[in-house]
Design a protein around this ligand. Structure first.
Ligand code: ADP
Length: 441
């Protein structure tokens, strides 16, 4: 039988025994009273005495409870003995639970203080103010020079000005990692992760990424500088090659070599241009520029027209464009995205194929899609296509004048617009590149 049922049965037995004893006592008093002609007064006296006895022990119990100390039984028999035992058991259980909780909390504090990353807990829903610092670990104290008395209860935005505009209540934001400067040392960069663990509390986890950040910055600057520096000598070389080409027009010995050099310098030029575009996109977080309402249908139409001219109308281009659909964004970037995707469709599709271009809206999203019925891409390549210099077929890309940077540029542009790129492809059937924008920008 269940333990609690046994316990309940035991208590019921004690209760009925108590009721039995008092009923018997009162009956005896009643009949004794009858023999002397005072049955009801004697019965009432017994009942009163019994009630008084209960009230007395009730008072003892109240006294003991209000003392907030360990309960001391005032009586060791009958129903009151059982009441005291049950209450003492209850008190012991809650004490041991409390001790367990305190131990857990201490362990948790020790653990969180041992974490080398800085941890700050903020309360996002206090009555008067929002985003108040509640607690921080030892690492946060030393990293950001925090003082318990001074900073507990202060505003997180006062410490990190970069968080002034940050919406902690947005669920979408909670999943993101953001890069943040240390308030005490601008050379120190942290990756901040916001972890909600209660409806009012958020845990901010700061990981030092200064080394990787500065190495990355150096790499980006290096690529940008090298590309920039190469532009001038390349322009000079291209200029001379033009002259040589005219000069050796009829010379069968040198002309092919000059033409090949010209082609290669053109390729290098494209590569440098793409590298410069990419490094500009990488260094530009989009914070400084203002988004404008762009006439995307016009951009698409103009690029289709240029493409048809350059390819001598060798492709059948079908466009399904919603002319009323504008986009809030950066015009040059959208132009580059459209032209990169259309150029790719042309580059990797044999002449005579059909390319379908669409600009439309569905629910809360706006889509730009380019479909081709070219060779298609094997599944294992799809996730790598937006990496720099990733090509499925290097030779093919080079011979078609590709740089391997087009889709990487597209991805960065989409990031600036909070948009996503989806690639679907089937070998032998063709590929589909879909850019998905949020209507609200
Ligand atoms: P590239 O300059 O080489 O075209 P991209 O970054 O634009 O560089 O594209 C990366 C690779 O993705 C290409 O080399 C090609 O292998 C593949 N690719 C891109 N678009 C298509 C397409 N429409 N059909 C087939 N393959 C494609």
């Amino acid at each position: 039988m269940n333990k609690s049922i046994i316990q309940l049965n035991k208590l019921l037995n004690i209760f009925f025994l108590e009721v039995g004893i008092i009923a018997l006592t009162l009956a005896i008093l009643f009949f004794l009273g009858k023999s002397i002609g005072h049955s009801w007064p004697l019965f009432s006296f017994g009942l009163g005495l019994y009630i008084f006895w209960h009230l007395y022990h009730l008072l003892q119990l109240l006294k003991s409870l209000s003392s907030q100390q360990m309960l001391q039984a005032s009586i060791k028999f009958g129903i009151w003995k059982e009441i005291w035992i049950q209450l003492q058991l209850f008190q012991q259980n809650s004490h041991s639970q409390k001790n367990d909780l305190i131990t857990d909390l201490d362990n948790y504090r020790i653990f969180i203080n041992k974490i080398p990353d800085a941890v700050i807990i903020i309360n996002t829903k206090t009555n008067e103010q929002k985003n108040i610092i509640e607690w921080f670990n030892k690492s946060a104290q030393s990293t950001f020079n925090l003082k318990k008395k001074k900073h507990t209860g202060s505003h997180i935005n006062d410490l990190f000005t970069e968080l002034a505009e940050y919406d902690f209540s947005s669920l979408k934001n909670n999943k993101k990692r953001m890069t943040i400067h240390s308030p005490t040392d601008q050379n120190k960069i942290y990756s901040l992760r916001i972890i909600p663990y209660h409806k009012s509390f958020k845990l901010l986890l700061f990981r030092d990424i200064s080394r990787i950040y500065w190495v990355n910055k150096m790499r980006k600057n290096f690529i940008a500088n090298v590309s920039h520096e190469l532009r001038t000598p390349l322009t000079v070389i291209s200029g001379y090659l033009e002259t040589f080409e005219t000069h050796f027009k009829k010379d069968k010995k040198y002309l092919p070599a000059i033409q090949s050099m010209k082609q290669q310098s053109l390729r290098m030029n494209h590569l440098i241009q793409d590298l410069l575009v990419l490094s500009k996109l990488e260094s530009d977080t989009g914070k400084l520029k203002r988004k404008k309402l762009i006439d995307v249908p016009e951009i698409i139409r103009s690029i289709i027209k240029d493409t048809q001219m350059l390819t001598d109308n060798k492709y059948q281009i079908e466009a399904n464009i919603d002319n009323s659909l504008m986009l809030l964004g950066y015009e040059n970037e959208i132009q580059s995205m459209v032209s990169n995707l259309i150029n790719n469709a042309i580059r990797y599709t044999p002449a005579g194929s059909t390319i379908k271009i669409a600009w439309y809206s569905e629910n809360k999203n706006i889509f730009f899609s380019v479909n081709d019925n070219g060779e298609g891409i094997e599944k294992q390549h799809l996730q790598h296509l937006t990496e720099r210099f990733y090509r499925v077929d290097k030779g093919r890309s080079r011979s078609e004048g590709g740089t391997g940077l087009g889709l990487s540029i597209v991805k960065h542009i989409l990031n600036h617009h909070n948009a996503k790129l989806k690639i679907k492809s089937q070998i032998g059937k063709g590929s589909q590149f879909i850019c998905c924008f949020n209507k609200l920008g």
